[in-house]
Design a protein around this ligand. Structure first.
Ligand SMILES: Cc1cc2nc3c(=O)[nH]c(=O)nc-3n(C[C@H](O)[C@H](O)[C@H](O)COP(=O)(O)OP(=O)(O)OC[C@H]3O[C@@H](n4cnc5c(N)ncnc54)[C@H](O)[C@@H]3O)c2cc1C
Length: 455
């Protein structure tokens, strides 16, 4: 932790009640959150907003102050079927919103797993999926306008035409205030065609550059110890008919619910690592083969997003770290990643039991802290159900990623050195810091984790 990490300036404008550890506040009304940040509040700074808390970093925690859990503000305020917008409170779960929109023939852009996460967390954090076309790579790009409680408890609106401010508030990780209402652009449900392919790392490397250049929704699963890659490629669905929800539910259930549960059990009951990982890889291979090759060949964001928002609690406990690599280099990076996994396993005996998940991330300039602001990227998310050995792996994965020019995301990337973000984000990072200082000169929204990068 840097020396300024714990530095929170005090001006005397706000009362500073003594506090032991953080207090959790779960407002049921916006006014409660507003009063909590206001000058007469009895709640202590720093304030850390929190949605479903599925982030992989310490961005939602603090050793002191107040954690503001926004899941109680969960109303869908308005669905405008003429203008194709929806206005929601931040605690609405993405799965619940997708289901409600579908009843109006509407859907969210992009495809996103983990339906239990909140709209507020997806807008203030980084949220990606196999997006293509006019989707916008990050969920936050769909934001039309937002209402925010500033760090001093003032309610403000950032309108659609205040582009620079909106660019700062999207993916602001709760540093500029608490977002209490969000207007999102939505669209009529449209179908896409899905193709599934299986190949080796070498074959994937050979087509990766082409896939990175063309506008397709790409999600893939890497099994480095089997030398297998499973691709889910989505395109505009000319001639495709709307697909049923059931196959997508089975696919989501297989990938997100069955695998983490089964692997946790296998890790408990099979003590010999060699045997254990053979079984785990075989199950991954079978699951990918069944869910990806047989079940689904068309869909819509509505069907792909419609699983229940309450089923993924086990998945939320996974350990993961996501890095973004320039798509133009990915043909080489993906092969180097396989070598890296094999080498780490050889040296430390640790390996991730879950397949590594990847996405093609189109260029997205809608947020200052967008990792794909300058060029398309490929995201790689390493995932493990096992805590033992994970922390060291995350450090090694960070070293690997930085060597290959990887960009981090502050709520999904573990082990980011304090001086690294300024190098990759350049002048956009300085600009964001300037805006942050203007909104929060007393650093009331900063915790030690964020302070090391942004103070
Ligand atoms: C199993 C699993 C699958 C996942 N799949 C994906 C995936 O497919 N794609 C993807 O991109 N990510 C994925 N993630 C990562 C994570 O779910 C996302 O980054 C998600 O957007 C976080 O949402 P949340 O509601 O949990 O937000 P939180 O983790 O609670 O918060 C995220 C950030 O936003 C801030 N914040 C939250 N609410 C507000 C608010 N109202 N106002 C201001 N700031 C706020 C927080 O302070 C924090 O900095 C996955 C995680 C897991 C565990």
């Amino acid at each position: 932790m840097s020396s300024n990490a714990m530095h929170l300036r005090r001006s005397g404008r706000f009362q500073s009640p003594l506090s032991q550890g953080p207090i959790v506040l779960r407002p049921a009304r916006t006014a409660e959150a507003k009063n909590a940040l206001g000058p007469k509040s009895h709640y202590a700074a720093p304030f850390r907003p929190m949605g479903a808390n599925s982030s992989a970093t310490a961005c939602t925690s603090s050793p002191s102050g107040t954690l503001v859990d926004l899941t109680g503000l969960n109303k869908i305020r308005n669905i405008d079927t003429d203008r194709h917008t929806v206005t929601v409170q931040p605690g609405v779960r993405i799965g619940d919103l997708a289901q409600e929109l579908a009843t109006h023939g509407l859907e969210l852009g992009g495809g996103h797993d983990l339906m239990s996460r909140t709209v507020g967390g997806a807008v203030a954090g980084g949220c990606i999926g196999p997006a293509f076309g006019d989707d916008g790579a990050f969920f936050a790009s769909q934001v039309e306008s937002i209402r925010v409680i500033t760090p001093i408890g003032k309610a403000i609106e950032i309108r659609h035409d205040q582009k620079n401010l909106l660019h700062a508030f999207r993916m602001s990780f709760g540093m500029l205030g608490i977002i209490y209402e969000i207007k999102l652009r939505v669209r009529p449900i449209r179908t896409f065609a899905v193709t599934h392919r299986r190949c080796t790392f070498e074959q994937f490397g050979a087509v990766a550059e082409k896939l990175a250049r063309i506008d397709v929704g790409l999600k893939f699963f890497l099994l480095p110890f089997r030398d297998q890659v499973y691709l889910d490629i989505r395109r505009v669905g000319t001639g495709t008919t709307a697909s049923h929800r059931i196959p997508w539910k089975v696919k989501d259930w297989g990938e997100s619910t069955v695998l983490p549960h089964v692997f946790k059990s296998i890790n408990r009951i099979v003590p010999v690592p060699g045997v254990r990982y053979r079984v785990i890889d075989e199950i991954s291979k079978l699951t990918q083969g069944i869910v990806n090759n047989r079940l689904v060949n068309s869909g819509s964001n509505s069907t792909a997003l419609s699983s229940s928002s309450k089923t993924n609690d086990a998945a939320k406990k996974l350990h993961y770290s996501t890095w973004f690599f320039p798509a133009a280099d990915f043909a080489i990076v993906v092969q180097a990643y396989r070598d890296f996994c094999l080498r780490i396993k050889e040296n430390s005996k640790f390996r991730c039991d879950m397949p590594t998940v990847g996405f093609r991330i189109g260029r997205d300039r809608s947020a200052l802290l967008s990792p794909s602001f300058d060029e398309p990227m490929i995201a790689l998310r390493a995932i493990s159900t096992q805590a033992k050995g994970w922390e060291d792996f995350a450090i090694d994965f960070g070293d690997f990623a930085r060597h290959w020019g990887g960009s981090p995301l502050f709520n999904q990337t573990r082990e980011i050195p304090a001086d690294y973000p300024a190098q990759v984000y350049g002048s956009r990072f300085d600009f964001f810091r300037k805006i942050r200082r203007q909104f929060d000169p007393e650093n009331r929204m900063m915790n030690p984790f964020l302070s090391q990068y942004f103070l």
